[in-house]
Design a protein around this ligand. Structure first.
Ligand code: FCB
Length: 453
């Protein structure tokens, strides 16, 4: 397929590359478990394989065994990125693929896969932007307590050292962890992702250990003189659902858990009071001794933004006694409210916290839509609107002087959307999960046009 000459759509974005600063970086993102296929190449079992295998955990009991078969089709996928015309590709390394037992002898086939992938990016002029951990914890470590076990943080530092020594000469930017809130709170308190735990103690331990893992990983990579090290945090614009004092306090707790816990640990070496009120008793006794490691300087911060949440007080349950209320705006196929101003309001707040000089990157932003392919075409106009509105907020923030250096769309292609299986399509490229055929959507061609001008 010659994408360059493919002009079936007149769809276009409201913006073009030249509206942004000269070195502003545009990219697309994916993650290992969501696209690669965990059944290939000697990949070890991860807690996602185990979680997905338990009936009822994932919509349709789907798993990432084959996913987009990217392990085998990576060349076609890199060609699509190259033809899209973006600058960088944010991908992740599967810990279970490289260290099937979480430690010890690495899997040579796994290491060779990422060699091919990174070299393939460089050959196509795409800047490799690597996330070390996007959620597929090796099952051998999960069996020993996973992120509730302090030792996992040290094993992650070893994994980081291996990845950095192997690929550091060819990778432009490293992130340690993708979305520590999802790794911990979403998966250990809300129970909505692997390992599906629902306890405050598990949440507090994992919230601390994932940060310790981040700090130890930064230390390990710094000792190898690696530059451009950061972390990717997810933020939500949180607002009280009503004017009551209880809703305002509930929002403070919610905001402290998702928007402040990880950011303040890294930037201030402390946890926010409204979250400590409920979690403090469950933290490891000497947690404060880890804060210097956690607060290692970073070189950039990644920001993932999707939606806002309206928060109300929830009666009759313990901490945090919050519940989310659906807002009035249009929703995506995830039922996430589309609220671009939330990004515009979060950015200055985050910048103030990390300091004006810290380079900020939007590392994920996008939406799920479920439009079908008709006559070989997918008209995902909603996706265009979404990108237009959010990029307008980013542009506004840059115009106000914020140091935002890049924007990465989630996602390159439809993929395994965790507990939602293959039902929620976030891609610029449609995947037929029966045939694994890739079909660029209208949004892909619109991005392509904007990248050329
Ligand atoms: C983020 C995840 C990413 C994807 C998007 C929709 O929280 O980082 O893997 O699931 O949401």
């Amino acid at each position: 397929m010659n994408i360059q000459n493919h002009s079936f759509l007149n769809a276009h974005m409201d913006w073009q590359r030249s509206d942004f600063p000269t070195n502003f970086e545009f990219g697309v993102a994916t993650s290992a478990y969501q696209i690669e296929g965990s059944q290939f190449g000697g990949c070890g079992e991860s807690h996602w394989d185990r979680y997905a295998a338990k009936s009822g955990n994932v919509v349709g009991n789907e798993h990432g065994g084959i996913a987009c078969d990217h392990y085998n089709r990576w060349e076609e996928d890199l060609n699509l990125i190259q033809q899209l015309g973006v600058d960088s590709y944010r991908f992740s390394t599967s810990w279970a693929r490289i260290m099937p037992y979480g430690k010890g002898q690495p899997n040579a086939k796994g290491l060779a896969f990422y060699d091919r992938l990174i070299d393939g990016m460089l050959a196509r002029g795409i800047s490799p932007n690597l996330t070390l951990y996007h959620w597929e914890l090796p099952m051998a470590l999960a069996d020993k307590g996973g992120w509730c076990n302090r030792d996992t943080a040290y094993r992650f530092a070893d994994f980081s050292e291996l990845i950095c020594s192997r690929y550091g000469d060819r990778v432009d930017r490293f992130a340690t962890i993708n979305e520590p809130w999802c790794v911990s709170w979403l998966s250990h308190f809300l129970g909505l992702q692997a390992p599906g735990k629902t306890s405050l103690e598990a949440a507090a331990l994992s919230m601390h250990h994932i940060l310790l893992a981040h700090g130890l990983s930064i230390q390990a990579m710094r000792s190898l003189n690696q530059r451009n090290l950061g972390i990717v945090l997810n933020f939500e614009h949180a607002q009280p659902a009503d004017d009551s004092e209880r809703a305002i306090l509930a929002t403070e707790r919610h905001d402290a858990i998702i928007n402040r816990w990880f950011l303040e640990a890294i930037t201030k070496k402390q946890y926010p009071e409204p979250a400590l009120e409920g979690l403090g008793d469950y933290l490891p006794e000497s947690y404060s001794e880890d804060m210097d490691i956690i607060g290692q300087p970073i070189d950039w911060l990644g920001i993932n933004y999707y939606t806002r949440q309206l928060i109300a007080h929830e009666d009759g349950c313990g901490f945090p006694a919050t519940k989310t209320v659906l807002g009035p705006r249009p929703k995506t196929a995830m039922d996430w409210e589309i609220y671009p101003e939330g990004l515009g309001q979060l950015l200055p707040r985050i910048a103030e916290q990390v300091g004006a000089d810290m380079p900020l990157y939007i590392t994920e932003n996008g939406l799920a839509t479920n439009e079908p392919i008709i006559d070989g075409r997918s008209q995902d106009g909603l996706r265009l609107d979404f990108f237009n509105q959010h990029l307008a907020e980013v542009k506004g923030a840059i115009d106000k002087g914020l140091n935002i250096q890049g924007y990465t769309a989630w996602s390159l292609m439809d993929n395994y959307e965790w507990s939602f299986g293959y039902d929620k399509r976030f891609g610029l490229i449609h995947i037929d999960f029966e045939t694994l055929k890739r079909t660029p959507k209208a949004s892909y061609y619109a991005w392509q046009k904007s990248m050329q001008s």
